[in-house]
Design a protein. Structure first.
Length: 370
């Protein structure tokens, strides 16, 4: 079968990679064309469009880049029309992907959506479009099935693919000694900084994180570099502070960290699954934040808290995101994180026993064969 996949962000790139891997297991003749990143490229060649040029964060930023986004949509449609895939597989990235789904439906190309858009948080009216243009939706959060059921739309809950990704990683992870040697780190405990992958979010949050990190003299401060950013990009924010920047090795970093500051998003869940005490950081432009505040219908911004339906990890949002408050929360966790560790264990159980990518691959292939 010929598969056309679209992922627009780093997390989607990871899920796309694992899904492609599993599709190759169930379909020995699988071929891929895709929009994605380096993770997907490691399985199936060069992306037709790289995620570097796709991720725009916030309402204002999207409007500012609207011309580019519309050109990308036009390009993607032409590529799908030329490719004539047996299936289109969309991974999150709803503003773009739902437009592409509508186009594919007109061409009678089966549309499979892996990782539901977070329409339960805002834009719930998008569910009506999804029902029309998506043949099968595969959800990864336990509460999403019930959400869609309210709109008389049956979806497949497959569990969270991060459980698989982290279990697989741990089988081949570097030992602590090898990790420290490879990245020239000392034996001090590590304070990890995960400032995100988009330029806007890094510029907004990293200086605040670094100011807080400077108070932790007994820790090594290590930044998780995004795949598409150079070390030089981060160095301009350091202001003489002794910091290591590790590229393309976030999981090795989390596997060896004692504390973390994490940008809201998939990284909060990854950090939790590695059992690292964390504080969640979020800050957007003034206008984007106040628009979102009026539209978003959920009580939390981190996946950890949303899934558990309570505050498991501290969220510092917009005006509350100060270096002083970050330090206060990390010192509390440094002194006692036993309750947090118990909640992390519960979270892992809620997310299922793994096998999400394998389940989706089998479902897609079996539906195409039918």
């Amino acid at each position: 079968m010929k598969y056309f996949l679209i992922a627009g962000e780093a997390s989607g790139d990871l899920h796309g990679k694992n899904l492609m891997k599993q599709l190759m297991e169930v379909d020995k003749e699988a071929t891929f064309q895709f929009w994605g990143g380096d993770q997907m490229a490691s399985i199936g060649g060069e992306p037709l469009k790289h995620i570097d040029s796709l991720a725009f964060m916030g309402f204002v930023e999207v409007i500012a880049n609207l011309g580019t986004i519309l050109k990308n949509i036009k390009l993607c449609k032409s590529q799908i029309k030329a490719a004539k895939p047996d299936a289109l597989i969309l991974i999150d990235y709803p503003g773009f992907n739902l437009r592409i789904a509508e186009f594919a439906k007109q061409l009678n190309i089966p549309v499979h959506y892996y990782v539901s858009p977070q329409i339960w948080a805002w834009k719930q009216n998008r569910v009506h479009k999804i029902k029309k243009v998506v043949d099968e939706m595969y959800t990864i959060l336990p509460f999403e099935k019930a959400f869609y059921k309210k709109f008389d739309y049956d979806v497949q809950y497959v569990g969270h693919p991060l459980v698989d990704a982290i279990q697989e990683f741990k089988k081949e992870a570097l030992s602590k000694k090898d990790f420290l040697n490879q990245f020239e780190l000392s034996g001090q405990p590590i304070l990890a900084l995960l400032p995100g992958s988009r330029v806007q979010e890094i510029k907004t949050k990293l200086p605040i994180m670094l100011k807080a990190a400077a108070q932790f003299k007994d820790y090594q401060i290590v930044i998780a570099g995004a795949p598409n950013k150079s070390i030089a990009f981060y160095q301009k924010y350091l202001n003489g502070l002794s910091v290591k920047i590790i590229e393309n090795s976030t999981y090795n970093l989390l596997n060896n960290s004692s504390l973390a500051m994490v940008t809201s998003g998939t990284a909060t869940l990854e950090t939790a699954l590695f059992k690292v005490p964390q504080v969640v950081c979020y800050k957007a432009s003034y206008l984007s934040y106040h628009i979102a505040k009026r539209l978003v219908k959920v009580p939390y911004i981190s996946l950890v808290n949303l899934i558990m339906n309570k505050e498991v990890v501290k969220e510092l949002i917009q005006g509350d995101l100060t270096s002083k408050k970050i330090v206060k929360e990390l010192r509390r966790l440094e002194a006692d994180s036993a309750d947090l560790q118990m909640e992390y264990d519960k979270l892992e159980k809620v997310l299922g026993g793994g096998g999400a990518s394998q389940k989706v691959a089998k479902m897609i292939f079996n539906r195409l064969k039918a």
